[in-house]
Ligand binder design. Structure first.
Ligand code: FB9
Length: 515
């Protein structure tokens, strides 16, 4: 405890002795000592129950740069007029000259002086000659603003009748009002107790029975625990772990998503997304310069050609996209734009498994990881986000199953009512945008996208004809921003995130209790 705190304690003790009570704010104001130091001393006296504290609060005025300027120099507009009048009898100066002669701090104080004086018709300005002239009628004898501020400075606790003025002056950024908490101290049970209260029952106190006539500090059960600088999960990862936990409990298996770099083949072509699709140009996708291309390994040759064929000529009941498919284009490396690229790889592996074993094992798969899109940035979009994707491959499933799975999935996150809007994805038909009524936001929000993977995607892989694959996707960022009430995604992800917030962020509790 700093030495001056002890002196404060003696002073406080003495003043309570003489006056019966002690007010932290009036003392700090009278003695011009930092209020915080007083509070520090009072808090420790409260701890040793020397005093009892009553909390109170008051509005107080804090002067801002321009307010402090006016307190010391007077209103800038008056200063400008006086400068003009002092410089020559006509009270005329070029604006540049006046600016040069005017104080430089705080920033833009000359502009303020000029605009206020113009508004109050205390000066006129001849733009052509860039000349300012003090108007004959300008009365600079009285500086009401400075008078008011000086009055407030004397008593920084505003009276009722000053409310309007204070509103005006805070609007003019001369000052700002803030609430100050202060304390009234009166005698506590240990007031006058000179013996220092023991904090621990030490062996010495036990040895010579001193503990019998010692005063012990009472436990402060409201004391905040020591802040342990432990690691903390980033809010996004807290949400990710909830979604992951939920999907694992629903019997889904996680797909390996650790590689951000993908070939155009798996990210687009295997998904039957045509090579001239707008999403495939550099405006939407981050293509790699080095290594620019991936090599096609022989094992993939047949499948590669089947993909070429379905793009060019269709088959499996499809017309195909009828264009010349470029093998080189499909080998361009990129940062994956969706984790659906991973789903495609896993589905192909299942097809190879089926080809080998003749047995098709249904699967429930999910992925949650980063995807990259070269999109225009705004407060809810960065060039990357975390995609959550669910995939179910089985026989005799369809749109109804997809809707059922979506109902079951989202109601576990508190979304009980869903709506579906038909949409188009190159790799699913039918496709639906999913909307959910968000109780917390009390409105319908778009909560994802979904569809049934096209045969032009699945059959070239070699999956059985009677196997359907339903899938859906959403982002991690949206539910996280909604849950933590974050407006701007830069507060959630990226260099502007305050690590301290991460540490303090609450657990993510979206789970619908009655699941
Ligand atoms: O996450 C989104 N919204 C959302 C999700 C959850 C939520 O709260 C939780 C339930 C409690 C609140 C909102 N969206 C998807 C909808 C919008 O935010 C959308 O504007 C932005 N979308 C991203 C893409 O933006 C370009 C979110 C992202 C998205 C969109 C589509 C997919 C994945 C992520 C997909 C897919 C898909 C489709 C078919 C087959 C396989 C995958």
């Amino acid at each position: 405890m700093e030495p001056h705190t002890d002196n404060f304690k003696e002073t406080i003790h003495h003043l309570i002795n003489t006056n019966g009570s002690f007010n932290s704010l009036s003392y700090s104001f009278e003695k011009n000592v930092p209020h915080q130091d007083i509070v520090g001393a009072l808090k420790s006296m409260e701890m040793s129950e020397t005093v009892v504290l009553q909390k109170d609060e008051k509005n107080q005025i804090e002067f801002l740069d321009e307010g402090r300027f006016i307190l010391s120099h007077g209103s800038p507009n008056i200063m400008l007029v006086q400068l003009l009048l002092k410089s020559n009898p006509e009270g005329k100066l070029s604006k540049a000259k006046a600016l040069d002669l005017f104080p430089k701090e705080p920033k833009n104080i000359f502009d303020r002086a000029f605009s206020i004086a113009m508004k109050l018709k205390q000066i006129t300005y001849d733009k052509t000659k860039d000349e300012i002239t003090a108007s004959k009628t300008a009365d600079t004898s009285v500086d009401n603003v400075q008078a008011d501020l000086l009055r407030f400075q004397k008593d920084p606790h505003p009276q009722k009748q000053d409310e309007q003025l204070l509103k005006q002056y805070s609007k003019d950024k001369l000052l700002k009002e803030s609430k100050i908490v202060f304390w009234n101290a009166t005698k506590g049970p240990n007031f006058g107790e000179t013996r220092k209260a023991e904090t621990d029952l030490t062996i010495e106190l036990l040895h010579n029975d001193d503990w019998k006539n010692s005063k012990f500090k009472s436990y402060n059960f409201n004391a905040k625990g020591k802040e342990h600088n432990t690691g903390a999960l980033h809010p996004l990862l807290k949400v990710r772990s909830q979604y992951r936990q939920m999907l694992l409990e629903l019997g889904f298996h996680e797909m390996p998503t650790s590689n951000f770099v993908e070939s155009s083949f798996w990210n687009f072509d295997s998904l039957f997304q045509p090579q001239q699709h707008p999403a495939r140009d550099a405006h939407d996708t981050f293509f790699l310069i080095n290594p620019k291309f991936s090599k096609i390994n022989d094992a993939l040759k047949d499948y590669f050609n089947r993909v070429k064929d379905v793009h060019e000529n269709g088959g499996y009941g499809s017309t195909g996209w009828k264009y010349n498919w470029s093998a080189e284009e499909s080998c361009k490396n990129l940062l994956r734009t969706h984790t659906t690229a991973v789903s495609s790889k896993i589905l192909y592996k299942m097809a190879c498994e089926y080809k080998l074993t003749g047995i098709f094992k249904p699967a429930k798969l999910f992925s949650i990881d980063r995807v990259f899109r070269n999109e225009s940035l705004d407060k809810t979009h960065l060039a990357e986000f975390h995609q959550i994707e669910g995939v179910i491959a089985d026989r005799n499933i369809g749109l109804g199953h997809l809707m059922g799975v979506l109902e079951d999935f989202f109601q576990r996150f508190g979304i009980k009512r869903l709506r579906y809007k038909p949409t188009f994805n190159p790799y699913t038909e039918p496709s639906m945008e999913v909307y959910g009524f968000h109780e917390k936001l009390n409105k319908w929000v778009e909560i994802g996208n979904s569809g049934i993977f096209r045969p032009e995607m699945l059959l070239p892989m070699g999956l059985p004809e009677d196997v359907q694959v339903i899938a859906w996707g959403l982002s991690l960022e949206r539910p996280t921003m909604i849950n933590y009430g974050i407006e701007n995604i830069r507060e959630l992800f990226g260099h502007e995130v305050k690590i301290s917030d991460t540490r303090k962020s609450s657990i993510y509790c979206l789970l619908n209790e009655n699941v």
